[in-house]
Design a binder for this molecule. Structure first.
Ligand SMILES: Cc1cc2nc3c(=O)[nH]c(=O)nc-3n(C[C@H](O)[C@H](O)[C@H](O)COP(=O)(O)O)c2cc1C
Length: 526
């Protein structure tokens, strides 16, 4: 007998039994309150045509959907171990929560990591550790063409727009940036009133030019200049791509587009807001650098850089060649890894497009060293930097500063429910539903984000001292080790070979493995 036939037999039998017993004992009829809805549900399941599973397994087939809906929670609360959760494991989620709350963040009884598994990494300590002298290190942004350089914290809030995040979340982040002395990247959604609580801003300009957008969706110099002259805007970042969805532009689902967001961005209500994949203000490496100069001039001389996830290496080398040919350099480059986060992205792009951060960072750093340009700009890295060691290893590969998005969200109270794309965020962070975001207490969460930031800096400078160094810029690739097999360990310099200063400038010194790409790269076209 099939389940469907079983349902029919059980339904008829149950009905007859209740009717029969009811002849002698009428309270049994109350059972119909339970049985009738189940029978009606089963009949509906059999008649409907969308779900084969329900037609074949009336009533009990709903169990599957029920279990599927609670699977992520069961997985997170009961199944995953402290170190295997994804994208961010429990060990590091807990670390962020503890540092944000200012509670005990030490660990008892030794590491949970298997130090003999391939991939395990550690930093060399020194037998003569230094005393920490610089507790609030600053990174200087702004080359010789900059009239308004900016001294940034080594750790800052990565780009996340108002729209992807709620107004309360943005306000809390901005207040945290103000109290903690670090910067807050606006994301490509433009500067909203909630970004103006006094924290330093990095204004991100994406392909949608939100906040400096003309009627056709093109770049509007006057609007840009007006907003960029605001004192709280310390730097400008041109977004070329982001690691979670390179080449895709941005998507803000219609469900999250409120009237207010539509007004700030100058877009229609009720539609997904799509940022095009490419910029309309330029279409070549030289064009990008001209745009850097335009924005620097229009902003009154503030540092201007660009953010990208590396794809085809030749394309990045084309930008390097354009820098050499024009003499124009950005003040910074932000490198986002393929492991980066997003509010919403197609799964193929998230899972299978974009170079992972460490590979990209060493490549960019090498390209700039080899072309003699490294000293003219700063490198910012973003991609799962949750602990001070994560920052340190990026700095050993060439990053001057680190941006963090998801750790800042965790500090705000995010529980990694991964519902940023639905508007149903249970913590009020990635939603525009007032019932949800109003539950996020701005001052309390701002304090948590500032606590997390200051604990990270405290542990970063301590790690530097433990490594026997005095400054962040003394870190070298050989300071970090990785186990590559049960018996073999390599340091980062061995794993990621560094090229020599200026070697790309002369064919005789250009490393063989770089020659083909370097010769294909063109300042005129990607
Ligand atoms: C909710 C959310 C929204 C984001 N919005 C933007 C954006 O507007 N522009 C951008 O360049 N990157 C955006 N990102 C990417 C982050 O800025 C960052 O580059 C990436 O998540 C890697 O950092 P993380 O690993 O610290 O999260 C977003 C990420 C998240 C999680």
């Amino acid at each position: 007998m099939t389940v469907k036939q079983g349902f029919v037999v059980i339904s008829i039998t149950a009905t007859l039994l209740i009717l029969g017993i009811g002849q002698f004992w009428s309270p049994i009829y109350w059972l119909f309150l339970l049985v009738a809805p189940l029978i009606l549900l089963g009949i509906y399941d059999i008649l409907q045509k969308r779900h084969t599973i329900l037609r074949l397994y009336p009533v009990i087939g709903h169990g599957r959907y029920l279990f599927e809906s609670v699977r992520p929670e069961i997985q997170q609360y009961f199944v995953e171990s402290d170190i295997d959760g994804r994208p961010i494991n429990r060990e590091f989620r807990a670390l962020v929560y503890q540092r944000a709350k200012g509670s005990n963040d030490t660990r008892p009884f030794g590491t949970q990591f298997d130090v003999y598994r391939s991939g395990y990494e550690w930093v060399n300590h020194s037998l003569s550790p230094k005393a920490v002298t610089e507790r609030d290190p600053r990174i200087h942004f702004g080359g010789s063409d900059c009239l308004k350089p900016y001294d940034a914290s080594p750790l800052n809030i990565s780009a996340m727009s108002f729209g992807a995040l709620s107004k309360n979340a943005i306000s809390a982040l901005n207040i945290a940036a103000k109290t903690g002395g670090f910067s807050h990247n606006t994301g490509e959604g433009g500067i909203s009133p909630y970004h103006l609580a006094g924290g330093d801003l990095v204004w991100q300009i994406g392909t949608g030019y939100f906040g400096c957008r003309g009627p056709q969706g093109d770049f509007d110099a006057d609007k840009f200049s007006k907003q960029a002259s605001n004192d709280v805007v310390k730097m400008i970042e041109i977004k070329l791509s982001q690691g979670a969805k390179p080449g895709h532009g941005g998507i803000l689902p219609a469900a999250k587009v409120t009237q207010e967001i539509a007004d700030i961005r100058h877009v229609p209500l009720g539609h997904d807001v799509i940022s095009p994949p490419a910029h309309s203000a330029f279409d070549s490496p030289k064009g990008l650098l001209d745009f850097v100069v335009t924005l620097r001039d229009l902003s009154g001389g503030k540092p201007v850089g660009f953010k990208l996830c590396i794809g085809d290496k030749t394309e990045f080398l084309s930008i390097v060649k354009a820098m050499l040919e024009t003499g124009i350099t950005p003040d910074f480059i932000t490198i986002d890894g393929g492991e980066g986060g997003t509010g919403a992205a197609p799964i193929e792009l998230t899972n299978s497009v974009g170079m992972p951060l460490r590979d990209a960072l060493i490549f960019v750093n090498n390209s700039l060293i080899g072309s003699g340009l490294r000293g003219r700009m700063k490198l910012i890295a973003s991609g799962k930097a949750l602990s001070a060691f994560h920052m340190l290893r990026l700095m050993a590969l060439g990053a001057d500063a680190v941006n963090s998005a998801r750790a800042m969200m965790l500090a705000l109270g995010c529980i990694q429910s991964r519902s940023c794309n639905t508007g149903h965020c249970p913590t009020g962070i990635t939603t525009q539903n007032p019932a949800r975001f109003k539950a996020l207490d701005i001052d309390h969460k701002a304090e948590r984000v500032a606590n997390y930031h200051s604990a990270m800096i405290e542990h970063l400078v301590e790690l530097i001292a433990v490594a026997g160094l005095e400054r962040l810029d003394q870190l070298k690739p050989e300071d970090i080790n990785r186990r590559v097999s049960g018996t073999d360990v390599r340091n980062y310099r061995e794993l990621y070979p560094c090229i020599t200063q200026d070697c790309l400038l002369d064919n005789a010194t250009c490393p063989d493995s770089w020659k083909e790409r370097w010769s294909l790269a063109s300042a005129e076209a990607w």
